[in-house]
Design a protein around this ligand. Structure first.
Ligand code: NAD
Length: 460
């Protein structure tokens, strides 16, 4: 039986990063993956959707090229290429992970991994079962889309994000249930290509985890783009008819009915905990996720869980940090806390946030000062034609410490990195203000928002 110091089950960003870190620490490491290396993120999530979204942006830019003094006529869309390019990008990156495994000396075993009661790992490749002796096991099996009661995925008309990425033809009319990250990104994508999009969100605002003002700003922008946004919407029935799907829903007691070509259900994910031998190995789960302590260790000693299968935040970048942390903890190292995890949504305008929202800070009893700077007041924003949105920063009023920030606008998902570092360093508004930001850049809006909170903004 092959013996390893670390066996990682699941080759998504969390799992493969953990495997690389384990090798860096000199541990003999195996990675077990039943599908493609890179997991959902590289193959069916973050990466291919970002390719699709970029393509939608390019299309929109070309369509509106006359605003920049360039006349191109009505551009034509090659849908097959739109989908094909996104698949190519995913495939290329998955191969890149295989290369990284080889370069770092990680043994990759293709097959389905399972814990045995004796805490070994069995790998079933469909033909034979191999057993590995593992000093430490890291469960990194990720998650999959979950639907809502009474609505079953059928993979053709009632679909999840996976099928939404590879539609052979663009649906004319699409209803999306759930206005979280997936719902909002696909609403933007399909609308950009001309589909009629109905976005149904059960809660009173889209992106319920985001700052109210930022979410309202995005809802307004999506509506302007022609997306029908219904918040406080209760889905009553989704009926698959011969060709189309009938959706019935209620908003404020009023009933609505709609027929569409596709229904995308984007109401969250559930952990992949089945068939892993968890119960017999003494690994406790709760609400469909593996329970872990602050060191990512499960109730079974030496078995760790990271990423989506270990609960929120279910984001690739959180999984990577958790994977690295689990390996280091298992190796007896101490690590500082993970810190704040940024949230990024890649529709246009983009949304990004980190730390506390204004509401969360006030609810936590903090005396806050809020600074805002709209991109309409930014020189770069005006020059680039990117005037939608704003930077909103929340500070502790007494000492001026940054508590959190949210950005709506172009490049928000890149701009947020500065605020993540500022939070990590416990920066105050003065430090943001005294950091010289290049002119003209969109990043000046961060500096100006910091100034605005304390009456020191220059350009507003
Ligand atoms: P989510 O939890 O972000 O959003 C689900 C949304 O569905 C919520 O707004 C919720 O209120 C709503 N909802 C739930 N039940 C509903 C119902 N019956 N009717 C109408 N609305 C309902 O989940 P998601 O968007 O499916 O994404 C899955 C996971 O993937 C999340 O953890 C998300 O953060 C992550 N993800 C992240 C990104 C990104 O970072 N850009 C992109 C895609 C997915």
């Amino acid at each position: 039986m092959a013996a390893y110091d670390v066996v990682v089950i699941g080759g998504g960003p969390g799992g493969y990063s953990a495997a690389i870190r384990a090798r860096q620490l000199g541990r003999k490491t195996a990675l077990v993956e039943e599908a493609d290396l890179g997991g959902v993120c590289l193959n069916w999530g973050c990466i291919p959707t970002k390719a699709l979204l970029k393509q939608a942006e390019v299309y929109q830019l070309v369509r509106h090229a006359d605003e920049y003094g360039i006349k191109v006529g009505e551009p034509e869309v090659d849908w097959e290429m739109v989908i094909g390019r996104s698949r190519d990008v995913a495939e290329r990156l998955s191969k890149g992970v295989a290369y990284l495994m080889q370069k770092n000396g990680v043994d990759v075993l293709q097959g389905r991994g399972k814990l045995t009661p004796a805490r070994k790992v069995q790998v079933d490749d469909g033909k034979s079962v191999t057993e590995l002796d593992a000093a430490q096991v890291i469960l990194a099996t990720g998650s999959r889309p979950k639907s809502i009661p009474g609505v079953e995925f059928d993979g053709t008309r009632i679909i999840s994000s996976k099928e939404a990425m590879v539609q052979e033809e663009r649906p004319q009319a699409l209803a999306i249930i759930g206005a979280g990250a997936i719902g909002v990104e696909f609403a933007y994508f399909y609308r950009a290509y001309g589909s009629e999009v109905l976005l149904l969100e059960a809660l009173p605002q889209i992106l319920p985890r985001e700052d109210e003002e930022i979410a309202a700003g995005l809802a307004e922008s999506l509506s302007e783009q022609g997306i029908e946004v219904a918040t406080g919407a209760k889905v009553v029935a989704v009926n698959n008819k011969k060709r189309r799907v009938a959706v019935r829903y209620e908003v404020g007691g009023e009933a609505f009915a709609r027929e569409v070509d596709r229904v995308l259900v984007a109401t969250g994910v559930q952990g992949n905990i089945e068939g892993l031998g968890l119960e017999a190995a003494g690994v406790r789960t709760r609400n469909g996720m593996v329970e872990v302590d602050g060191r990512m260790e499960t109730s079974a000693k030496g078995v760790y869980a990271i990423g989506d299968v270990a609960g929120t935040p279910q984001l690739a970048h959180a999984a990577v940090q958790e994977g690295i942390a689990a390996v280091e903890f298992a190796a007896g190292k101490e690590r500082p806390e993970l810190g704040q995890v940024p949230n990024c949504i890649y529709c246009q305008p983009q949304v990004a946030s980190v730390g506390m929202s204004e509401k969360e800070a006030r609810e936590a009893g903090r005396d806050v000062k809020v600074g805002r700077f709209p991109f309409a007041a930014s020189g770069k924003g005006q020059a680039a034609g990117e005037t939608a949105g704003l930077v909103k920063l929340v500070f502790d009023a007494r000492y001026g410490e940054l508590l959190g920030g949210a950005i709506l606008g172009a490049e928000a998902t890149e701009l947020i990195a500065e605020l993540g570092l500022a939070l990590r360093l416990e920066a105050t508004y003065e430090e943001l203000l005294l950091t010289v930001h290049a002119h003209p850049t969109l990043s000046e809006a961060v500096m100006e928002a910091a100034g605005q909170a304390f009456g020191e903004a220059i350009n507003i």
